[in-house]
Design a protein around this ligand. Sequence first.
Ligand code: SAM
Length: 330
Amino acid sequence: MPQTTLTDRFGRTVNYVRLSVTDRCDFRCVYCMAEEMTFLPRQQVLTLEEIARVARTFVSLGTEKIRLTGGEPLVRKDILELVKEIGSYGLRDFAMTTNGSQLPTMAESLRRAGLNRLNISLDSLDPDKFHRITRTGRLSQVLDGIEAAKDAGFQGIKLNTVVMKGGNDQEVPELVEFAREKKVDITFIEEMPLGEISDHDRGLVLCTSDEVRGIIGQRHELTPTPEDSGGPARYYRMADSDIRVGFISPHSHNFCATCNRVRMTVEGRLLLCLGNEHSVDLRHVLRAHPESDAPLREAIISAMDLKPERHHFSTDGDVQILRFMNMTGG
Ligand code: SAM
């Protein structure tokens, strides 16, 4: 019988794939990219058909959850075609991470194309600070995007905030109030050492999840809940609101033991771990075998043996992972 689940050497089942559909972005967030970026030439980038082949093959191997990401997925030309295709696979969960800038015009079509959930990045509610962090972004556009996503009826909308000490940590209470008012979940993320940036020293601005929880705790009692959305976040609830507050803590509470994910870059590099370089070149397999998915299947199955037990992020300024998050697929 053909294999229908993916399991690694440590007994972890891999049923969640994040597919990056572009390395390009209309924002230049200070923790994610350098100010001047060189993007990939077109021939190195997978076509939408190639990305769909990979998605289909993962689904045949037991994948239940796919997230499209980037770069900014909504700046990829014809992205709706890919969303429609993957939306037809009947996944338990089909999500996208976006900066929200294109949602005012695209939210409804995305929902109709079969996307269930959206993670929208939002690091500040102050227009100037938002512009400073994103370097090019306009807050009003993203706020309109959040409204458009709500109007389109997405089943789950979650805000993602990377917290930086002295950057936006003071805004944590306001961001929680905003999420409560909009009735959307919010997750606070510890900044990860991916790519060499010049804006700040990552070690100095690291704001741990415990610190963020402390800030929120001054206004709201947070009760841990075992709920999980199939990703790395740990969730908490407040007695007087339906929303969840999540924490992604790659530094302080390593989430590797329950890791169920792999990522593919838009070049077709299958990354077995966010914090390690172990990878397999799926683009080569895709292009060497345009007529048959069997070699792709085999390549994915054997790649699981390369999935490392855990990542080791340090805060001492060492750049361990050279690729930026926009290359990795956040
Ligand atoms: N452009 C989309 C967006 O802004 O959400 C999707 C890609 S972005 C790389 C995905 C997520 O990764 C965003 O929530 C972003 O804040 C987060 N991110 C980027 N660089 C990061 C880093 N070095 N550490 C932690 N999170 C990071």
